[in-house]
Design a protein around this ligand. Structure first.
Ligand code: NDP
Length: 433
């Protein structure tokens, strides 16, 4: 608090995790004695840099770039890059901190990091995006490497941006395809990486329902966002027999009582790079409304926030309870305010926190690293099956920790404890480093 007075997102993430670690700290007094938590909340390294770039009209612009290498106890730093005007050190630190435990939960050997810039990609031309990415990587390249730190995509960074970033890295350092994940399929990318976070979210949700003797068949689902995560969450939910009734962006949302057609969303967002309101022009049963989808009052069963942090406040959480929702699983990172999470719990909603429910993206990124190391490419089915196993295992680990510490279906605390345990053991074994 005293050291980072303005880092509200970072503090929110840290306090939420620390709150839930009490039972494991009681069981392991050696963690407390060695002041492990003080090490855990301090990034190993936080890099901030200038990113100058030129727009098409000739104007010079300067943005701020970040890479926070938070924890390498269990493997090389790994985590996405975000391009959004709201990016600052607090946001990057919150994401990097969450990434430590998320990456641990996947069971794969990857440490935690995050990066990005306050550059706004909206409305920029292809060549502006390319020039920005080239400038960003010109500095970032000296801090990353296939065994050191492996960035990936996040908000505003998809296949196009990773391609430009990779091209610049290669020009400066030679071909090392393990330095970034989320690459195109023609230069070392993994099949199913694009789908991984959205598909993984549904595999996790499915596992949670199964543990309650419930199923996704016929369930009505509200999804927010219309980006990479939301799009493939809609596809997998539909394939698993549920009906997704909403999709949104930062301007408004679509309500389609007949079920959102993910192919139309993919066409508008991925092919045409358009806005989600255009969905209503193409699908007769759909309505477009301005404002937040979480203020929209309609009965449904499952909420899957897939847009951004802090998109659901206390009052919106009350509406979620009132609308009869039984499960909230997070595709986005930290979409629910802490007091919203408390309301889910009071309302008997089972809650799947981001670091468990959305770990599918980074899990498949780690599988992309494996494929790059062995210079092979696995089939879609192989990667998708591994993803499904990993997501089921993440739920199983969270549930086991929940049972061990008698937390009464608190899968958030279960995930925090299960993710923390491995990192803590590794940090203890390595001593003060
Ligand atoms: P995209 O950039 O592809 O899409 C983001 C979507 O969320 C867009 O529809 C965007 O709308 C909307 N959005 C962004 N900011 C806001 C806001 N302030 N209010 C309302 N809507 C907003 O990003 P992703 O789909 O990749 O990421 C979404 C979330 O999932 C993020 O929290 C990210 O950290 C998380 N995540 C992503 C992973 C991945 O593999 N991509 C992995 C794990 C987590 P608009 O176009 O109007 O901005």
């Amino acid at each position: 608090d005293r050291r980072d007075p303005n880092q509200t997102e970072f503090q929110e993430a840290v306090f939420t995790v620390l709150d839930s670690l009490a039972p494991i700290l009681e069981a392991h007094p050696e963690y407390v004695k060695s002041n492990l938590l003080a090490q855990l909340v301090e990034p190993e390294r936080a890099i901030q840099f200038r990113v100058p770039w030129q727009s098409d009209d000739g104007q010079f612009n300067v943005n701020r770039g970040f890479r926070v290498q938070f924890n390498s106890a269990i493997g090389p730093y790994k985590g996405g890059l975000r391009l959004h005007p709201s990016v600052n050190l607090s946001v990057v630190k919150f994401l990097g901190f969450e990434q430590i435990l998320k990456n641990s939960l996947t069971g794969l050997p990857i440490g935690g990091a995050k990066g990005g810039s306050d550059f706004d990609p909206k409305g920029k031309s292809d060549s502006e995006i390319m020039r920005f990415c080239q400038s960003f990587m010109t500095e970032l390249q000296r801090h990353i490497g296939p065994d050191l730190d492996v960035p990936a995509g996040d908000i505003g960074v998809g296949g196009r941006e990773i391609g430009y970033l990779f091209g610049t890295y290669k020009r400066l350092n030679g071909y090392q395809n393990g330095v970034l994940t989320g690459k195109g399929l023609t230069f070392g990318g993994s099949l199913a990486r694009t789908e991984a976070t959205g598909f993984g979210l549904l595999y996790y949700t499915n596992a949670m329902l199964k543990a309650q003797g419930d199923t996704l068949t016929g369930k009505k689902i509200k999804i927010s966002g219309a980006g990479n995560v939301a799009t493939y969450a809609i596809q997998k939910a539909t394939e698993l027999g549920a009906k997704v009734i909403t999709v949104s962006d930062s301007n408004g949302y679509i309500y389609d009582p007949k079920g959102i057609d993910y192919k139309v969303v993919q066409q508008i967002k991925e092919v045409e790079r358009g806005r989600i309101r255009e969905y209503a022009d193409r699908v007769a049963s759909a309505e477009y409304h301005g404002g937040s989808v979480w203020d929209f009052d309609v009965d449904y069963d499952i909420a899957l926030p897939c847009a951004t942090q802090n998109e659901i406040n206390k009052d919106q959480a009350k509406l979620i309870v009132k609308d009869g929702v039984k499960y909230v699983c997070e595709g986005a990172n930290m979409p629910s305010y802490p007091d919203a999470i408390a309301i889910y719990r009071d309302g008997d909603i089972l809650y799947g926190p981001a670091k468990a429910a959305n770990a599918g993206g980074v899990a498949v990124s780690a599988l992309e690293m494996s494929q790059n190391s062995e210079r092979l490419a696995w089939s879609f089915e192989t990667v998708d099956n591994r993803l499904q196993d990993i997501m089921e295992d993440i739920f199983a680990k969270s549930e086991a920790a929940d049972k061990k510490y008698h937390l009464d279906k608190d899968y958030q605390a279960g995930a925090n404890i299960a993710g923390f345990e491995k990192v803590a053991e590794a940090m203890m074994a390595q001593g003060l480093v």
